[in-house]
Design a protein around this ligand. Structure first.
Ligand code: CTP
Ligand code: MG
Length: 226
């Protein structure tokens, strides 16, 4: 089945701070977004890429030359709005949608191809890793309410891969219900669609705060050394 990748890159990187949004910062000499788009462009299973941007013009200048980039479009207020905007460009025929954060440039080809192959069997899949810390749930006043069994708790990553119909339906329903999820899969979960966990990697980090760049540089350096 055809695969469309949606790469949300319209965030402002509030938690990273600084003047330039993190997706445009250099990581070992190359902008984060360029690294992410290149991986998808080089993946034989991916047919087209939709990049969702804050500033369409400068983003298109940066990654528009990759052959599979079909659209660079304007994003929205929340990540969910940006992904929904991307989906408008691709949901006209049966296909698989692969949503991947622009700011996870350490995804490997092996993981990307693995999760795309697995999408033949399951309507909804997310990369995830077991959490290393014990997780506690707490009330706003800081009092702990619960400690979930660690073996049942996962840290979710992207790619998140869906069949287009259930995904579009879940997004339409979320919009109708005024629901905003911090990831795409949660919108399908509330529709009762089973979401499968595909093993991610602790190296597939999201660049969120400044120290994440240090870790990413170190991982890339090790990979480049072979
Ligand atoms: N994103 C997006 N549109 C938004 C918000 C986020 O396309 N309205 C994208 C970001 O550019 C990023 C991905 O979604 O590639 C993951 O979001 P996150 O790590 O939260 O990035 P930001 O929202 O930019 O950062 P912050 O939450 O710290 O402001
Ligand atoms: Mg954000």
């Amino acid at each position: 089945m055809a695969v469309s990748a949606i790469i949300p890159a319209a965030g402002s990187g509030r938690r990273m701070g600084g003047g330039t949004a993190k997706q445009f910062l250099p990581l070992r000499g190359e902008p984060v977004l360029v690294r992410t788009v290149r991986l998808f462009s080089e993946c034989p299973l991916v047919d087209e890429i939709v990049v969702v941007a804050g500033d369409v013009e400068s983003t298109a200048e940066l990654i528009g030359h990759f052959p599979k980039v079909a659209y660079v479009i304007q994003g929205g207020k929340e990540r969910q709005d940006s992904v929904w905007a991307g989906l408008q460009k691709v949901h006209s025929r049966p296909r698989i949608i692969c949503v991947h954060d622009a700011v996870r440039p350490l995804l490997t080809m092996e993981m990307l191809e693995g999760v795309l192959h697995a999408a033949a069997e399951h309507q909804a899949q997310v990369l995830a890793v077991p959490v290393k810390d014990t997780i506690k749930m707490a009330k706003p006043d800081g009092i702990v309410t619960q400690t979930p069994d660690r073996s049942t708790v996962f840290a979710v990553q992207t790619p998140q891969v869906f069949w287009v119909e259930p995904m579009a339906q879940a997004f339409r329903q979320a919009i109708a219900d005024g629901v905003v999820g911090t990831d795409c899969a949660s919108l399908l979960e509330r529709m009762g669609v089973p979401v499968h966990i595909y093993p991610g990697s602790n190296e597939n980090i999201k660049l969120t705060t400044p120290e994440d760049f240090l870790v990413a540089e170190a991982i890339l350096e090790r990979r480049e050394r072979g």
